[in-house]
Design a protein around this ligand. Structure first.
Ligand code: G6Q
Length: 533
């Protein structure tokens, strides 16, 4: 990708943006939000989502420079190359994963000309396998020994094999097939498995063990615990356990599992929700038709992400607004605040997706970066957060840019008019109020009641959180993160930073099971100091 790469800090646009950042748009000035039709002009729409960014500290000049920056750095070209199978998970001249990045191929199923036909072909084949599996479960061909239907799934996985699938399940819970339930086990904390085992009837339960590598300590430990629970209950685990794993991994052993599904090395864990990692569990819970809607939503957003105009390309615009806030206005963190209880695990998924992807300090050429890369991302649903940490957002010394997410309609449509408004009205009124309050602030003679404002924020809005909009929202953030990584010239697709801790944990375990006894190691000293051996 060398030919598409340009040092973003060496562009004319970068220099102009630095100038403009000295005096960014003042959201606290009189009429600042309504001037020049800003509230209606600063909206970017796709078929299902809209991004409202009048409450960002940008004006037409800043937007024009951000467009130039995107053009000069070939961001669209790089995204298009990624979708078409370029090897983008690499660090030139150094040992690296050296892989293609093709999570987008998992949902590129709706056109005659997929961007990377081989990978989309593999995705189609796996979906056919899921379809057959789901039909067999539905028709009772796949059932327990007592000929009873499976009603429950336990999804075991961690990191990318847990956060994405779990957050999508939580988001789409109201759309489940009748009588179906899903539980998750991820932590190696034995209480995680024990807690779930207390809730399920193992006879009616399928266990979906998800691990791309097939070697992850937590997942293998939890698989062993659950298999033991089956045998203790007089049941054969191989008639209940499914596997989702990389082709050729140690878990790729169809004899041990009722059914096995594959993911491929070109799909990174944190980008794997739309692969079999999410599709098997979501298929069981939602049925395949709704999963296809979810994939369609994601695919629609992938298409939008190739639009060269930032005002029409929602993920690119969101990425560039993020760069403006982080690199030019120097905000170190980003809060994602969904005004939707169903999205309560979505910030956790985005936290992994963003921070594991862009928490990097060397470029794609292995040189130290010279600008800040990924922000710290965090978040909780509103309105709950308003009663917790919003104090700091309004009056703290740290400026925290916010991405609000909201929906015009609720999911269950069960609501009550109290004092003239529904709870959905109350939820949305609070969302809008927070957005405006953070932007405009409020002056007061009482310094403790002064709100400085100029807290930049955007609102992502849709009619309802459903499989289609969830797919679009997921792909919006995936593409946003990828665009930022391209601009910062980092590899957003590896995660070397998690290795050291894994290696050290292995050394501690060796001491803990008595295989290493020399007292002169650091691990031994730490274990003794903490009285853990
Ligand atoms: C994600 C990371 C990481 C990974 C987990 C689980 O991008 O690679 O979070 O998903 O460590 O890995 P396995 O799926 O291999 O068990």
């Amino acid at each position: 990708m060398e030919s598409d790469w340009k040092d973003w800090q060496n562009t004319g646009a970068y220099r102009r943006l630095l100038e403009l950042a000295r005096n960014p748009y003042d959201l606290t000035a009189p009429d600042a939000l309504i001037k020049d039709g800003r509230l209606t002009r600063y909206i970017c729409r796709t078929d299902v989502l809209s991004l409202h960014y009048a409450t960002q500290r940008v004006d037409d000049q800043v937007l024009a420079c951000l467009q130039e920056l995107a053009d000069e750095c070939g961001l669209i070209h790089q995204f298009a190359a990624m979708r078409r199978g370029a090897v983008m998970n690499s660090i030139a001249g150094f040992a690296s994963e050296n892989r293609q990045v093709l999570h987008t191929a998992c949902r590129d199923l709706f056109s005659d000309k997929p961007a990377e036909p081989a990978a989309s072909g593999q995705a189609r084949k796996e979906i056919e396998k899921v379809k057959t599996f789901l039909e067999e479960v539905e028709k009772g061909k796949l059932c327990n020994k007592q000929k009873e239907a499976f009603t429950t799934m336990v999804h075991i996985g961690i990191g990318g094999s847990d956060l994405g699938p779990r957050s999508m399940f939580e988001a789409l819970r109201p759309f489940g097939l009748q009588g179906r339930e899903v539980f998750f086990i991820s932590n190696v904390d034995p209480d995680d498995a024990a807690g779930v085992l207390r809730k399920v009837d193992l006879r009616r339960t399928l266990v979906n063990i998800v691990s791309k590598s097939g070697t992850t300590l937590e997942t293998l430990a939890n698989e062993t615990i659950i298999r033991r629970a089956f045998t203790d209950a007089g049941l054969d685990p191989s008639l209940h356990c499914l596997a989702v794993t990389g082709e050729g991994s140690p878990m790729d052993n169809p004899e041990k599992y009722l059914r096995s599904f594959h993911m491929y090395d070109y799909i990174g864990g944190r980008y794997s929700v739309t692969s079999m990692v999410g599709v098997v569990m979501l298929g069981f819970y939602l049925g395949l038709d709704q999963v296809m809607d979810f994939l369609r939503g994601a695919s629609m957003m992938d298409m939008v992400a190739e639009n060269p105009h930032i005002k029409e390309n929602m993920p690119l615009l969101l990425a560039l607004l993020g760069v403006w806030n982080h690199n030019f206005l120097e905000a170190p963190t980003l809060a994602v605040l969904p005004y939707s209880q169903a999205l309560h695990r979505f910030p956790a998924h985005l936290q992994q997706c963003d921070m594991e992807s862009n928490g990097k300090s060397v470029t794609r050429q292995g040189r130290p970066v010279s600008a800040k890369t990924g922000p710290v991302l965090w978040g909780e649903p509103g309105t709950n957060g308003q009663h917790a940490f919003y104090q700091l957002l309004h009056q703290g010394t740290e400026i925290v840019p916010v991405e609000f997410i909201g929906f015009r309609k609720s999911q269950y449509s069960e609501d009550l008019v109290i004092d003239g408004t529904t709870s959905q009205h109350k939820l949305l009124a609070n969302l809008l109020a927070q957005s405006v309050a953070m932007a405009t602030g409020q002056t007061s003679d009482n310094p403790n009641r002064n709100f400085p404002g100029n807290r930049p924020n955007s609102i992502i809005l849709a009619d309802q959180l459903n499989p289609l909009t969830m797919g679009a929202l997921l792909a919006l953030y995936e593409a946003k993160i990828v665009f930022q990584g391209f601009l910062w010239d980092i590899n957003s697709f590896d995660q070397e930073g998690v290795q050291l801790g894994k290696v050290l944990a292995g050394r501690f375990l060796k001491h803990m099971n008595g295989r290493k006894t020399q007292a002169n190691t650091l691990e031994m000293a730490v274990l003794q100091a903490t009285k853990l051996i």
